[in-house]
Design a protein around this ligand. Structure first.
Ligand SMILES: CC(C)(COP(=O)(O)OP(=O)(O)OC[C@H]1O[C@@H](n2cnc3c(N)ncnc32)[C@H](O)[C@@H]1OP(=O)(O)O)[C@@H](O)C(=O)NCCC(=O)NCCS
Length: 220
């Protein structure tokens, strides 16, 4: 087994829908073999691309793991692949980003941004959701996905991004802090899962011009 050294490669690849400039990215790390004489270095690439309907099963499976074992989501029952497929198409139909991370031909994580709340005045604020396959955490995949989601949500015109972190999961707090999010509040004991009361931790960062300038259009 080799030792992984994260994020030494950062290659941007224009994709077929590259009008917005963010539809395909590849990142990588190296798997350094411990062969005693000649160390072999093989690139292990992470590609970020827009989610497709056929990714729904893998996405549902990643989400199910975290629903069953973690507090990041306040869902207690996993969602079906069909529901995930509808979510992908619904989010993309609104022009919002739904990205997947692919590594070695497998979907290892996903992230999407949706309007924070439905009312029109919230139209410049989005909420991110991000999940990495449980056996692939700690490899930089979450950071890569969130970096691209921030870029994509900025292109969409969102000015603020908010993370609502169930149970204040330490990995999610660390990830969002790393990506420039600041603590924006904690709602105490609003959730109940695994026989425990759970807080919701809010973190927030600006996108693009943030609130330093008015948007080009006002909400209708
Ligand atoms: C949160 C999550 C997306 C992070 O993905 P990841 O691929 O492991 O993230 P990275 O490897 O890019 O690590 C990001 C940062 O988090 C830190 N981190 C990772 N796991 C951690 C843990 N269990 N505790 C504390 N910090 C942790 C890393 O050290 C890194 O910080 P650093 O660069 O300053 O060292 C992933 O753990 C996950 O899917 N968790 C369950 C779902 C969830 O919490 N989603 C967020 C909902 S808002």
């Amino acid at each position: 087994m080799g030792k992984r050294i994260p994020a030494l490669i950062d290659v941007k690849i224009p994709g077929p829908n590259s009008g917005q400039g963010f539809d395909r990215f590849q990142y990588g790390d190296f798997c350094v073999s411990q062969f005693p004489v000649l160390p072999m270095i093989e690139p292990v690439m992470t590609e970020i691309r827009n989610a497709q309907a056929f990714d729904a099963l893998a996405i549902a499976s990643i989400y199910a793991e975290h629903v069953r074992s973690g507090t990041a989501s306040f869902d207690t029952i996993p969602r079906k692949a069909e529901e995930m497929a509808q979510k992908i198409s619904g989010i993309q139909a609104r022009g919002w980003p739904f990205l997947v991370a692919e590594r070695g031909g497998e979907i290892v994580g996903y992230a999407y941004a949706t309007q924070f709340r439905d009312r029109p005045a919230y139209c410049f604020a989005c909420e991110d959701s991000i999940y990495v396959r449980a056996d692939r955490t700690g490899l930089g995949i979450g950071s890569t996905l969130l970096r691209e989601l921030v870029a994509a949500a900025t292109v969409c015109g969102f000015r603020q991004m908010i993370a609502v972190i169930g149970g204040g999961e330490p990995a999610s707090v660390a990830l969002h802090s790393r990506m420039g999010f600041a603590h924006a509040g904690t709602m105490r004991s609003v959730g109940r899962k695994f026989g425990r009361w759970l807080d919701s931790v809010y973190m927030q960062r600006e996108l693009g011009e943030g609130d330093s300038a008015a948007p080009e259009r006002e909400p209708g």
